[in-house]
Design a protein around this ligand. Structure first.
Ligand code: PAF
Length: 278
């Protein structure tokens, strides 16, 4: 497994064998099964697999969240080696944002509600760094987890808008046995908060069951999720949403498909989860 620090080092490896198809898995490290499932999907479909590990400061609207974001590079590298990854990019902040950097990629609509409303500037940071990752690696396929549903919708929109020549592959949410979606932030939960956190999954499952039995009113689905979350004293709801899965616009009337999503605080730790119903 090769390691690179600068973008030029990545390119040297990437273009040493120009005819090969590369799959790219962008990450911020603190890798868990969710990331590794994306790496395995990339391994299965491409000649070479690249992974980036970069805790991107521009996507953290909350400085405390950036400081507390878990970092474990040595463990991450061992996991990636076991998965047969070919190249890991571990840039320093100045490799990605050198002095004088002045470009921002910003999407107008899909980034406005939900995560965008709660975390001002977050998606500009994500879009800018992902555009850079695509340009540095020039992969044939790039892999993202459905857990960040709005991030996926934004990146797909950006790829269409800016003609990036690659395929976006979306991996399913990987869950713990009790339903909690895997997230690097889960390690920051206290034991009590960790025990309460599967309430996101049960709230989504209840709404999903309501949908399956014909309950298609977005307001009813929101109520089902609200009631489930309000029953958990440690959970503080940031948002609950029933939206169009592509545009992320909140649904007023029943639709053929819906993205059920939520962000919930447990103390200072903010967790998100979602399900698509159709
Ligand atoms: O999903 C993430 O971990 C990050 O938002 C990403 C896509 C690696 C960009 O920093």
């Amino acid at each position: 497994m090769q390691q690179a620090i600068t973008g030029d080092e990545v390119r040297a490896v990437r273009w040493a064998e120009p005819g090969l198809a590369w799959g790219l898995v962008p990450t911020m490290g603190a890798l868990h099964e969710g990331h590794l499932s994306l790496v395995r999907a990339a391994r299965a479909a491409n000649d070479r697999v690249g992974v980036s590990i970069f805790v991107n400061p521009t996507q953290f609207n909350n400085p405390e969240d950036l400081i507390k974001y878990p970092r474990n590079v040595e463990v991450d590298l061992a996991l990636l080696r076991e998965e047969g990854v070919d190249l890991v990019w571990l840039p320093r902040v100045e490799d990605v944002y050198p002095p004088g950097f002045q470009t921002t990629v910003s999407l107008a609509h899909v980034t406005q509600p939900l995560e965008g409303a709660s975390r001002p500037g977050h998606f500009d940071g994500v879009a800018t760094v992902v555009a850079k990752l695509f340009n540095v690696f020039q992969p044939m396929r790039a892999y993202f987890g459905q857990k960040d549903a709005q991030q996926v919708a934004m990146i797909q929109q950006m790829v269409r808008d800016l003609n990036f020549n690659l395929e976006i592959v979306v991996g399913p949410i990987v869950r713990e046995v009790d339903g909690l979606a895997m997230s690097s932030r889960n390690v920051r939960l206290t034991p009590e908060q960790r025990a309460a956190a599967p309430v996101l999954y049960s709230a989504l499952s209840s709404a999903c069951a309501a949908w399956e039995s014909g309950g298609r009113s977005p307001d009813d689905l929101r109520r089902v999720m609200t009631d489930a979350l309000n029953a958990e004293p440690l959970a503080r709801v940031d948002y609950i949403s029933v939206a169009d899965p592509v545009t992320l616009v909140e649904l007023e009337d029943s639709a053929k498909r819906a993205l059920l999503s939520m962000a919930v605080y447990f103390g200072e730790v903010r967790l998100i989860d979602n399900m698509v119903v159709e």
